[in-house]
Design a protein around this ligand. Structure first.
Ligand code: ARG
Length: 460
């Protein structure tokens, strides 16, 4: 069955049908397509195209099709051009001639936009929930080791001591912004395109506001040509998915490193790691590597969508059918990765003694020491020099920060005061960073409380 054909003397060639068909991927829109058509049947009743009895018959037939579509054999042998065509063919099988009225004053150009918006709205709701799950897992992870201290890195070199919670909350902030971006994308998705016709507006006086309410949309689109041409809402989502994947991939990379034998900070759960077919001792972080890998794939989806839309003349062009696979893929990879990341974080154990040893063996307290000197009156450039010389001397003689006492420090340089010696202990030095956003323990504690309250708010 075709939704067109009167103007043609010959049917489409086999190669063209095979080449242009989209059912094998747009079939996942079937339930939203049906939901949209049921709302459209109600709209057709309100403009007098359908009687109440006809509308009821159509809506009931759509319900049956939706039920049948849950069975895998439903799509077997279907060669329809797209999901919209398939649904109407199934409708004709059920209600016969009455099915001929359902597409009155409607175009597939608006229908496909409607379907994508309905589908994407549901996906984003799922993404938001899964993202909140990752954020919760990070907070739970922080609560398991509230006083653990780790070296923070720049250039992947030990830089300054920070609370483990502070590190975890950095990711919490990234995911908070991702949550905002997804919510903003949802708002652009949540606008009703129906009533736009092919490009010029429907020829029937539908109450578009009523249709929007029926389908749970917050607003209606303002320009019918824009509707046929626009896929910004999909771009917005894939971009938001992309930044979330970016952050997930950086978390993955950190945790791959931190769970390596070289770092030894984290023990990943057995359930999220895999072994080697040859090397019996291996416990590989495949879940995290796959998250990192899938991030690249989602960035590819964003590029693909941009490339598809670039330079298209107004309004709809069949090129736009190529929007669906990258969109679907981005949503699948995002939601799959979020679910996986939450499980990895939830089952990871911090071995706090290893990062503590890394701190002890390195000179991550050097900045605290230089700043203590500055606080005691030494100009910072000199303080930096003195602390640097102390590190050099320690490296030469194999001394750790804890090998220095107040007396030996003063003997090294008279600028050192008793207060300076105190910051050789990282937990003391960290107390000087009691500033909003810093790793001072009181502020971190408050930040953790605040994060918990914000997450609760987000989950409402
Ligand atoms: N399968 C088409 C798509 O995804 C639906 C819209 C068809 N419209 C048309 N004018 N051929 O874009």
């Amino acid at each position: 069955m075709k939704l067109w054909g009167g103007r043609f003397e010959e049917g489409p060639s086999e190669v063209f049908e095979r080449f242009s068909g989209s059912l094998h991927f747009d079939r996942r829109l079937i339930h939203v397509d049906i939901r949209g058509s049921q709302a459209f049947a109600r709209a057709l009743e309100s403009v007098g195209i359908l009687t109440a009895a006809e509308r009821a018959e159509l809506v009931a037939a759509f319900d049956k099709i939706a039920g049948e579509a849950l069975q895998p054999e439903f799509f077997e042998g279907a060669h329809d051009e797209d999901v919209h065509t398939l649904v109407i063919r199934k409708l004709r099988d059920k209600v016969g001639a009455l099915s001929e009225k359902i597409h009155t004053g409607r175009s597939r150009n608006e229908q496909v936009s409607l379907d994508m918006r309905l589908w994407l709205r549901g996906e984003i709701d799922r993404s938001l929930e899964l993202l909140a799950g990752v954020m919760q897992a990070l907070l739970d992870c922080a609560l398991r080791d509230p006083s653990a201290i780790v070296p923070g890195y720049t250039h992947l070199r030990r830089a300054q001591p920070v609370l483990w919670t502070h590190f975890l909350l950095a990711y919490f902030e990234m995911f908070t912004r991702d949550h905002e971006r997804l919510t903003q994308a949802r708002a652009r998705v949540n606008v009703l395109p129906l009533g736009s016709g092919a490009l010029a507006g429907s020829g029937f006086p539908f109450d578009r506001g009523a249709m929007a309410r029926d389908l749970g949309f917050a607003a209606i689109t303002r320009n019918s040509m824009d509707v046929s041409a626009d896929r910004d809402f999909a771009l917005d989502f894939v971009f938001a998915a992309g930044t979330t994947m970016l952050h997930l991939s950086r978390l993955a990379e950190d945790w791959i490193l931190y769970s390596s034998e070289e770092f030894g900070w984290l023990e990943l759960g057995d359930g999220v790691t895999s072994g080697s077919s040859l090397m019996p001792q291996k416990k590989n972080p495949d879940s995290l590597e796959l998250i990192r890998g899938k991030a690249g794939r989602v960035f590819g989806d964003l590029s693909a969508l941009f490339m598809t839309l670039k330079g298209l003349p107004m309004t709809y062009n069949r090129d736009m059918q190529e929007d669906k696979e990258p969109l679907f893929d981005a949503a699948d990879q995002l939601n799959g990765s979020l679910e996986m990341a939450a499980a990895v974080v939830a089952t990871a154990k911090l071995n706090a003694e290893r990062p503590a040893r890394a701190i002890e063996e390195s000179w991550v307290v050097a900045t605290d020491l230089a700043e203590a000197l500055a606080r005691a009156g030494t100009p910072f450039h000199q303080a930096h020099q003195i602390a640097g010389r102390l590190v050099l001397e320690s490296v030469r003689t194999g001394k750790k920060p804890s090998d220095w006492t107040a007396e030996s420090l003063r003997a090294f340089a008279p600028e050192f005061t008793a207060g300076c010696a105190a910051v050789l202990k990282p937990e003391e030095g960290m107390k000087t960073r009691e500033i909003p956003g810093g790793t001072g323990p009181d502020h971190v504690k408050a930040a953790l409380d605040d994060a918990q309250a914000r997450l609760k708010q987000l989950r409402r």
